[in-house]
Write a protein that binds this ligand. Structure first.
Ligand SMILES: *Cc1c(COP(=O)(O)O)cnc(C)c1O
Length: 376
């Protein structure tokens, strides 16, 4: 059996090595390292894949979120609603810009932001909501967009984990994750569903005005060279990474299918096990399984993780501490605010290996090992 990894980027690379190597060599041959032709080419194929009007590549997913907030003319003290059960970037950028993160609890089944709690968190200072499509399926974007429109609030989707997922609206319309809000942000970090070979990110929008502004802000606020209209940052995607992503985007749907197949295998093995809660599939969204995350019911997940480790099976905890309990973010939490679901999840969740290269032999070994522990 091949060694089991949380994410197996090497096997994935070897299958497309010829194409990737030649794409990289092309960039080196032309030495167009910054803003080379692969950048525009990637923009165009991503626009087509996502059916979105504008794609603005940038240096990483965290920058994408920061740029998105910078484009909205917010003032210090303005409030931005985020889930507390997420990766730190979602909240970090809000704090960095002097805005005030307002935390909201999540749904115990989908791990995504609780839409009822969003309504309660809105004040006259609320300017934006950042729903996170955690682990690969969309938050309830239909309800979130309705709340946002009623209250004149921007929506920035943190789509670092769900690129390629489809959201289905009640009227039968389908849109890709990251193209529904005013702005969508993604990460091309190597382990993400569409990962490059270093850091990378992108921003999506259907607004011409925001797209213009975002592209300037990402490049020192320059509209015309050496004329600075906005205070910007230096956040570009390398041409090398764009060339790699151009190759990998062709395989994204196959990669998603491979992840879904692995998730189906896990579901089937675990669904009858009363000590495990399998990840719920949200009816309004497809699930692209960035992570396969289970909940431990009345047993120590840490003991299970140790047991699996002895069997050379990695497992991870995403995320062990919700943001409102993180030391650096304590002062944003008002006395009396509670986030019981996020706190509970942080104690019971664990994620099994999930990537595009898992084979049946590995999946059988993983699932048997988990069940062996539970039935000891
Ligand atoms: C990975 C990730 C990010 C940040 O992306 P980077 O490219 O690592 O900066 C933001 N939000 C979520 C939910 C993520 O998983």
């Amino acid at each position: 059996m091949k060694p089991i990894k949380m994410v197996d980027l090497q096997t994935q690379y070897l299958k497309i090595k010829t194409e990737i190597d030649s794409a990289i060599q092309d960039v080196i041959d032309t030495t167009a390292f910054i803003n080379g032709p692969a950048i525009n080419a990637l923009k165009n194929i991503l626009k087509k894949y996502l059916n979105v009007k504008h794609v603005i590549p940038c240096a990483n997913g965290t920058d994408a979120l920061q740029l998105a907030l910078m484009s909205l003319d917010l003032k210090p003290g303005d409030e931005v609603i985020t889930p507390t059960f997420t990766f730190i970037s979602t909240v970090e950028v809000v704090a960095l810009l002097g805005l005030k993160p307002v935390f909201v609890d999540v749904d115990p089944d989908t791990f995504n932001i609780n839409v009822d709690d969003i309504k309660n968190a809105i004040t006259d200072k609320t300017k934006a909501i950042i729903p996170v499509h955690l682990f690969g399926q969309c938050a309830d974007m239909e309800v979130i967009m309705n709340i946002a429109r009623e209250n004149n609030i921007y929506v920035i989707e943190d789509n670092a984990q769900a690129i390629g997922a489809d959201f289905n609206f009640a009227d039968g319309n389908t849109m890709k994750a990251g193209t529904i809000g005013d702005i969508g942000c993604t990460s091309f970090f190597p382990s993400k569903n569409l990962g490059c070979y270093g850091d990378g990110g992108a921003i999506f929008t259907n607004s011409d005005e925001l797209a213009d502004k975002l592209s300037y802000i990402a490049n020192h606020g320059m509209k015309i060279k050496y004329h600075h209209e906005y205070i910007g940052v230096n956040s570009r995607l390398d041409t090398l990474q764009a060339a790699i992503l151009k190759v990998k985007l062709q395989y994204l749907d196959d990669y998603i299918a491979a992840r879904q197949k692995a998730a189906d295998y896990y579901d089937k093995a675990f669904t009858i096990e009363p000590k495990l809660k399998i990840p719920q599939r949200f009816a309004k969204s497809s699930h692209v399984f960035h992570q396969y995350t289970l909940q431990a019911i009345d047993f120590s997940r840490d003991e299970l993780i140790d047991f699996l480790k002895e069997k050379q099976i990695p497992a991870m905890i995403y995320y062990p501490v919700p943001i409102h309990l993180q030391k650096a973010y304590q002062h944003y939490v008002k006395a009396g605010e509670n986030y019981p679901i996020s706190e509970h999840l942080s104690k019971v969740v664990f994620s099994l290996p999930m990537h595009t290269e898992l084979d049946e032999e590995q999946l059988e070994y993983i699932t048997n090992s988990v069940l062996e522990f539970l039935n000891k």
